[in-house]
Design a protein around this ligand. Structure first.
Ligand SMILES: C[S@@+](CC[C@H](N)C(=O)[O-])C[C@H]1O[C@@H](n2cnc3c(N)ncnc32)[C@H](O)[C@@H]1O
Length: 230
């Protein structure tokens, strides 16, 4: 993809609560989380790196944005995770970790944000990095989301306001991150999600739909998932 972004004053300092609770539930399955290698793929400002490290995981991060490590250190203090465990890399270009390296891979706000094909390409990269019985903790965008435009609308060439916003990468609080990529996001219904997880040999263990209303109007709707490999 060759994209390198710069970001300053990253605003998301607090974690996505459902994701944090899944990370805690998964941690409790292990006798000693410090022996559990956990990767935050697309760690951004580091808010879920912080969760993983607070839970005692042996925590790693990858992000393509060139100032992501500095932003995470700005948010959470110098070296809350050793620098050598954080890398600025495009996971599509550099397979920097060997297959089966991680027990847990967390990814929030990344998989769905560049469109369906890219989501599959990310999963093609990420799932082999996980050990058998490892966990994927991730969010996906649901079709209850106000930015989702039905396939029949698209088939008829209709582009309403929501569709345009999604195409332009705008929409609610996320527009700081997406405009660089001229992609529509991936929206999944529950059966799409189940099929997707099955396709990658993953068994869903925890699943919730989480809706929030931006400015009390626009519904942003996520699936939060914890799925085991195998
Ligand atoms: C919407 S932000 C989410 C950040 C963070 N996970 C959070 O929840 O606050 C998406 C992040 O994914 C990163 N990203 C996108 N494509 C990537 C790639 N190919 N390799 C590594 N990081 C990527 C972006 O740089 C960005 O920081």
């Amino acid at each position: 993809m060759g994209v390198n972004l710069k970001r300053s004053n990253y605003a998301y300092k607090y974690p996505f609560e459902r994701i944090a609770s899944y990370a805690a539930a998964v941690a409790s399955k292990y006798a000693d989380p410090s022996l559990v290698k956990a990767l935050d793929f697309g760690f951004g400002g580091g808010r879920h790196l912080k969760v993983l490290s607070d839970l005692g995981y042996n925590t790693y991060g990858i992000d393509v944005t060139e100032d992501a490590i500095d932003t995470a250190y700005y948010n959470f203090g110098e070296n809350f995770i050793p620098r050598e465990k954080l890398s600025i890399d495009n996971i599509m270009e550099h397979p920097i970790y060997p297959e089966g390296y991680f027990d847990v891979i967390l990814s929030v706000g990344v998989l769905w944000a560049l469109g369906y094909e890219q989501m599959l390409a990310f999963l093609d990269r990420l799932i082999p990095l996980m050990k058998e019985n490892g966990y994927l903790i991730a969010n996906f965008r649901t079709k209850f989301d106000d930015l989702y435009v039905s396939d029949s609308n698209k088939a008829h060439g209709k582009e309403d306001r929501k569709h345009r916003m999604a195409l332009e990468g705008g929409g609610g609080v996320n527009d700081a991150y997406v405009p660089q990529f001229n992609h529509i996001w991936a929206f999944l219904d529950i059966n799409d999600l189940k099929r997707l997880m099955k396709q990658y040999g993953m068994t869903i263990e925890m699943l919730e739909r989480y809706d929030r209303y931006y400015d009390n109007v626009e519904c942003i709707s996520y699936w939060c998932v914890a799925a085991r490999k195998g």
